[in-house]
Design a protein around this ligand. Structure first.
Ligand code: MF3
Ligand code: CO
Length: 285
């Protein structure tokens, strides 16, 4: 059996060794899983992701102002496509691994990756996640929000609120020179305290130069420390919180739509972040 090479941090030939390099190498020498150096974005790259995030937030703000009962999820898709193109950007989901639309719209028991459709009409009491991802000048950003159509049941409203708290708690748990595993540990605790469960099959992810980069960011307690969090890393946190079981399945008809096994509702909020020396900064405000 080949021995797995665990050395992630290489200094490119001819480049000076920085203070950051020294700090990461000290962790690596102690056997800690450190990110590949390529995951650390330059200030220029962070600005690019931030600019992409501004368009992404504009899309979500537009959806927030337009979404209402009687609207189809295909109408949301058109809003997303037009606003994004008008701002010189590209919707990242469109044709991504065959995804047919510009945005994911996930209603009630749909956990994520719902495909917008003319036949899906929003009704009073629905809860919907709109997941928007944007490419601007080659830079990716990714964020999602929940919308409540009119008024919903107290239980569904609480699910939406707790899912949002989970994102905020995960964000606070992510500290520079801490570990990716701290995030899911904190989120899992808050979800369970509120009687909800955390989806395990889908995770947050590095983002910026590609749609999905390392690391994988689990939202439940994996009991593993995971990768070291180094300033300059950019990634999402996007907990999917279920009212019932954490288990999910993928719709066989379209091979995309992820649904809760018990068909009870699910809620999710997402931001793209950059790790700084003082903690996470949101790039999709
Ligand atoms: N936006 C999703 C995420 O948060 C990814 C969706 S993949 C798509 O990672 F193809 F469905 F868009
Ligand atoms: Co994402």
């Amino acid at each position: 059996m080949a021995k797995k090479n665990k050395k992630n941090w290489y200094i490119p030939a001819g480049q000076p060794i920085t203070e950051l390099d020294k700090k990461v190498l000290a962790f690596q020498d102690r056997g800690v899983l450190v990110p590949p150096r390529t995951l650390i974005k330059t200030p220029e790259q962070i600005e690019g992701i931030r600019r992409s995030g501004v368009v992404n937030t504009g899309v979500l703000d537009l959806v927030a102002s337009e979404i209402r009962a009687g609207m189809s999820t295909a109408e949301i898709d058109r809003l997303v496509y037009e606003y994004t193109m008008d701002h010189g950007a590209i919707p990242a989901p469109l044709n991504y691994e065959g995804f047919p639309k510009s945005v994911c719209t996930s209603v009630n028991e749909v956990v994520c990756h719902g495909i917008p459709s003319e036949d899906e009409i929003l009704e009073e009491g629905d809860i919907i996640n709109v997941d928007v991802s944007t490419i601007l000048d080659g830079y990716y950003s990714d964020a999602s929000r929940m919308f409540v159509i009119g008024e919903t049941t107290p239980e569904k409203q609480r699910l939406v609120d707790v899912a949002r708290e989970c994102l905020e708690i995960g964000m606070k748990a992510a500290q520079p020179w801490g570990f990716v595993g701290d995030i899911g540990k904190a989120i899992g605790k808050h979800a369970h305290k509120n009687g909800f469960s955390v989806v395990r099959d889908m995770c947050g992810h590095g983002v910026g130069l590609e749609f999905h980069e390392e690391p994988e960011v689990d939202h439940y307690d994996t009991r593993r420390r995971g990768m070291l969090l180094v300033p300059g890393m950019t990634f999402t946190i996007e907990p999917m919180i279920n009212m019932g079981t954490w288990e999910v399945f993928v719709d066989e008809e379209d091979d995309w739509t992820v649904v809760t096994e018990d068909e009870l509702p699910s809620a999710q909020w997402e931001h793209t972040f950059v790790m700084t020396e003082h903690g996470l900064e949101i790039l999709t405000h």
